[in-house]
Write a protein that binds this ligand. Structure first.
Ligand SMILES: NC(=O)c1ccc[n+]([C@@H]2O[C@H](COP(=O)([O-])OP(=O)(O)OC[C@H]3O[C@@H](n4cnc5c(N)ncnc54)[C@H](OP(=O)(O)O)[C@@H]3O)[C@@H](O)[C@H]2O)c1
Length: 267
């Protein structure tokens, strides 16, 4: 039985993961801005946490750590998106996306690493996204934040050397969750963007509707937790989207990458 801290346990990937872990006999401290949304299960502890409230993160994590007597696994999963043209992206929006997807999770990573050093073991899983490598149009802040978190994660892997503490970058492709319902959409303010925004959103929406269920990510996370030597980076989702497409994309010249993505999103 492992003790696990999991952000965003109230919905989608986090909720499916919380349920799978609790079913597997693990004890989970699951977070939500509204703790009553965390599934009420025998091995679950609901933790209130708003990652946009920078000053509250250390306290929420510290209290959960003390209550648990230490965590074997910390999973940075909570997140939400924004949709609108980069040209008119408000500084506040950009800042909020980075607070939610980079500064907050990074703070949790640092707190977890320091505490795990004392106990000389631990696993951190950062749920980033394939969008860190294959950007989705009109979600520049989200793509950039996920790429930043993926880069931080890899840099920490280098710096940790032969430490027994492991850190994994888990990159899902499209997964059918409530993610799109929570996306904040900006009007472009520029009619030239409108047809391209509509076309891109149609593809984003269609992909989400046909995507695998969050249980596939939960299963992958349970697998990573049980692995003796988890990989530094793992992808999960539809096989074409999460394995074939990134492989092809990585060998294409930059001009073809931009052309291919524009065609894919009909823009
Ligand atoms: N779905 C996909 O296609 C997909 C693909 C790649 C990566 N991901 C990543 O997977 C993670 C989970 O996404 P999901 O698809 O499961 O989305 P979801 O169903 O919308 O769940 C998002 C979770 O994040 C929490 N959250 C949102 N804003 C928060 C805030 N300000 N502070 C603290 N928690 C907050 C929510 O909790 P409350 O609202 O209860 O606070 C909820 O539990 C995200 O990091 C997302 O970027 C998703």
């Amino acid at each position: 039985m492992k003790k696990i801290f999991l952000t965003g346990a109230s919905s989608g990937i986090g909720r499916a993961t919380a349920e799978a872990l609790a079913r597997g006999g693990h004890e989970v401290w699951g977070t939500s801005r509204n703790p009553s949304r965390v599934p009420a299960l025998p091995n679950m502890h609901a933790v209130g946490l708003d990652l946009l409230d920078r000053g509250a993160i250390a306290d929420a994590f510290g209290r959960a750590w003390d209550e648990a007597g230490g965590f074997d696994v910390v999973i940075n999963n909570a997140g939400s998106g924004h949709f609108g043209p980069a040209e008119v992206l408000a500084e506040e929006t950009l800042h909020n996306q980075f607070q939610l997807l980079v500064f907050g999770p990074l703070q949790i990573c640092q707190l977890a690493l320091r505490a795990m050093r004392e106990q000389e073991r631990g696993l951190i899983i950062n749920v980033t996204s394939l969008a860190s490598r294959l950007p989705v149009p009109f979600t520049a802040a989200y793509n950039a934040a996920k790429a930043a978190m993926a880069s931080f994660t890899m840099t920490m892997q280098l710096e940790l050397g032969d430490s027994p503490i492991r850190i994994v970058d888990l990159q899902p492709g499209d997964i059918s969750t409530e993610f799109n319902d929570a996306v904040v959409k900006d009007a472009s303010g520029d009619p030239r963007y409108n047809p391209r925004m509509e076309s891109a959103w149609r593809v984003v929406d269609r992909n989400m509707k046909h995507a695998p269920k969050p249980a596939v990510v939960a299963e992958r996370i349970v697998g990573l937790i049980n692995e003796v030597d988890p990989p530094p980076r793992a992808t999960v989702g539809d096989t074409f989207e999460s394995v074939v497409a990134p492989m092809i994309f990585s060998v294409l010249p930059p001009r073809l990458r931009v052309w291919g993505l524009r065609r894919y999103y009909g823009i």
